[in-house]
Design a protein around this ligand. Sequence first.
Ligand code: SF4
Length: 330
Amino acid sequence: MKGAAFWEPLEGGKVKCTLCPRECVVAPGRRGFCRVRVNREGSLYAAGYGETVSLAMDPMEKKPLYHFYPGSYILSLGCNGCNLACLFCQNWQISQSDVPTTRVSPQELVDLALRHRSVGLCFTYSEPLIWFEYILDVAPLARSRELKIVLVTNGVINPRPLEELLPWVDAMNVDLKSMRPEFYRKLSLGPFRDAVLHTIEEAHKAGVWVEVTNLVIPGHNDSREELEELVDWVAGLSPSLPLHFSRFFPHYRLKEAPPTPIETLAWAWEMAREKLEFVYVGNVWNPQWSTTYCPGCGKALIVREGYSHPQIYLQDGACPSCGKSIPLVM
Ligand code: SF4
C-alpha cells in the first residue's frame, strides 16, 4: 500500500494527518474522516491510491470549465471518500459511502487518456485532494505526454501540500460554497472556508487556470448581502476570473430547501456582471447564462446549449468584432 504524505506520528501508535485542515488523529487500524487514509501499525497509508470508482470522457464544459480548452473532452475519474460531508452532496454515493473500485495505475491512466485523445486528466466526482499521492504520481507522466491536469475540488487542503501540488495542476474549478464559515461548519461539517479562499488565491497566483462555482441554496447562502460579498471577493482577485452560479435542487440530506428560484439566479447574474467579466449560471436551461460575451463590445463569443459542441466565434483568442483579447486557455 502506498505510504501517505503529510502526517506525524503520535503516542500510542496514533498518527496525525496534516494533508487537510481537519488534521485527523487516526488510531491504529482506523481511517481518517475522508475514509481513504488509514493507520497501519503507526504509519499512515493512502489506501485509496489509484482506486477508481468512475472513469468517463466528459465535456470540459461539464466540470464546469468554460475558459479552458472550450469544446474539448477530458478523461475524468474519481475515488471514494471526501474530507467534507455536505448535506447537499451531489455525489454522496461515492463521497460518503464505499462503492467497488478498480485499481488504475498512473501509467494505465495516461495510456487510456492518450488512446481516447483526451486533452488531459480530470480528477473529479468526489474530492481529488484526498488522492494527493496518486495525482502527484500521475502528473509527471501526464505532463511528459502533454496531457493537462485538471481538478474539480472543494479546495480544502493545508498550505504545504497545496504548494507541492500546484506546480502540477493546469486548471481547477473550486467550489466556493459560501462566504460564511458557519455555513461550512453546519452544512459541510467542516469550518474550512478560509482554507478554500487560500486555495483559490494561491492557485490563481501560481498561474493555474481557476474558475469558481457557487451553489446557491435558498435560505442558506442566497442572501443578497452574501452573494455580493462573494462576488466582491472574486472580483478582488481578478475581474476576469469566471464565476459559475449553480441552481440547487433538493437532494441527499438537504431536502427541505426548495430549488433555487430563477429570479434569485437572474438577480445574481446581473449583479455579478457589474463587477466580473465572465458570469455563468449552471443547472438550468438558459443559453444566455452560459454564453461567453466579449467584455469589450458585448458580442457573443462562445455560445453553449448544453455541455457539448459550443459554437466558438473567437479569432486567435480575441473578439472578432472589437479585437479584445479574451482570457482563456486553448
Ligand atoms: S485528508 Fe482525510 S485523513 Fe487527512 S486530515 Fe483530511 S480528512 Fe483527515
